[in-house]
Write a protein that binds this ligand. Structure first.
Ligand SMILES: *Cc1c(COP(=O)(O)O)cnc(C)c1O
Length: 364
């Protein structure tokens, strides 16, 4: 049995007629750059998330960078974020001119631990970036409380959490703004790079729109960047958006199946879902002290696994200048040695999921 980690072609096959039609419409109208297709997707996505505005851009990394510029981040500022994420979350803090301040995660949930944030706040701190990692919302109630108390802004990095909820409220609606990625493998994925900033703040949305399009076409009120979602990606995303909820619920069934089968193993820690957190299972991440041996065993059986991520952010060479040691982030540091992501995507068959689970059972 050869199981893919993600099967994008299977998703395409399931909606091929609609995708092909949408793409041919974009081509026949030469609607490649800013066009009705892009405007339409922005409106649909804003509605799906439950915010006033969605400003599309080139990718999820640009969304973070543009969002921080919109909030006025400048040299000398400090931004607090989680020690466990994809590097876009922290590299954009530096790009915006600020200093990255990492904070450790919750052992059970992998999201930033709110009880450790206040100790990281200094007179230079301007904001917090919370990441809804693996599809599980961060503790937004406590994070917003801390931000309010210290007058900080909050960005939600929702790249892995399209339509996830916290206490029944969609992620992307808590902070000053939120960012999304539509990288092909994400829960809602384009056929190339794409991203968006969402917010209820019209001033922020207008500024992001201006900045991402050279400060205004022909007006150039400010210097900006070129970061656009193209028409083909927007058309593809409009076709996929109505399926997102059903795809997320299929992910959730697979996760429940894995947890039911693997939950009996004393040497495996299955993912836990926090109170009030509506997880959308971008990734299903287990933990085991025998991670590397399990990984090779599964590889031999034709089951690919991934490390999300091989290291916690503070321990990559890019951040050696911060001089961190494992004791600074004990939780994230243990996790980096034990985490393993199993295949999970809506088109994964029951048979394949079962083969993954039974293979892991046979290893232990
Ligand atoms: C994918 C991802 C991003 C960046 O998205 P791109 O579209 O690839 O630039 C940012 N943050 C997190 C947590 C991600 O998983």
């Amino acid at each position: 049995m050869d199981i893919p980690f993600v099967d994008l072609y299977a998703q395409y096959r399931s909606i091929k007629a609609e995708i092909d039609l949408a793409i041919s419409e974009v081509i026949s109208q030469s609607a490649f750059i800013r066009s009705d297709f892009v405007v339409r997707f922005e409106q649909e996505f804003a509605e799906a998330v439950g915010v006033k505005r969605c400003v599309s851009c080139g990718n999820g990394t640009d969304a973070l960078f543009i969002g921080m510029k919109a909030l006025g981040v400048k040299a000398g500022d400090e931004v607090i974020t989680t020690a466990h994420s994809w590097i876009s979350t922290s590299e954009t803090i530096t790009q915006a001119g600020a200093r990255v301040v990492f904070s450790d995660t919750e052992d059970d949930y992998y999201t930033i631990d709110p009880s450790l944030i206040e100790a990281k706040i200094t007179s230079r701190t301007v904001g917090i970036i919370a990441v809804h990692l693996f599809g599980q919302p961060a503790r937004m109630d406590s994070i917003m409380e801390i931000a309010k108390k210290h007058k900080l802004w909050v960005i939600e990095d929702c790249a892995q959490a399209h339509l996830a909820t916290f206490n029944g409220q969609k992620v992307g609606t808590f902070g000053n703004l939120a960012t999304f990625s539509f990288y092909p493998g994400k829960n809602l994925g384009a056929m190339g790079d794409a991203g968006a900033i969402v917010t209820n703040d019209e001033t922020i949305a207008n500024w992001c729109e201006l900045y991402s399009r050279h400060g205004g076409k022909g007006t150039h009120l400010i210097e900006g960047v070129n970061s656009r979602m193209d028409g083909l990606q927007a058309a593809v995303l409009s076709v996929k958006l109505p399926y997102l909820e059903q795809w997320n619920s299929r992910r959730s069934s697979i996760a429940a199946f894995y947890s039911q089968r693997l939950g009996i193993l004393p040497d495996v820690v299955c993912p836990k879902v926090g109170d009030g957190r509506g997880h959308v299972w971008h990734l299903y991440v287990v933990r085991t002290k025998r991670r590397d041996r399990l990984r090779s065993f599964l590889q031999e059986k034709g089951i690919p696994t991934v490390l999300n991520y091989p290291r916690a952010l503070p321990f990559y060479p890019a951040y050696s200048y911060l001089g961190h040691v494992p004791e600074d982030f004990p939780v994230a540091h243990i996790h980096q040695q034990e985490i393993l992501s199993l295949p999970i995507f809506p088109e994964l068959t029951d048979g394949s999921a079962s083969f993954v689970a039974e293979s892991i059972l046979s290893f232990f």
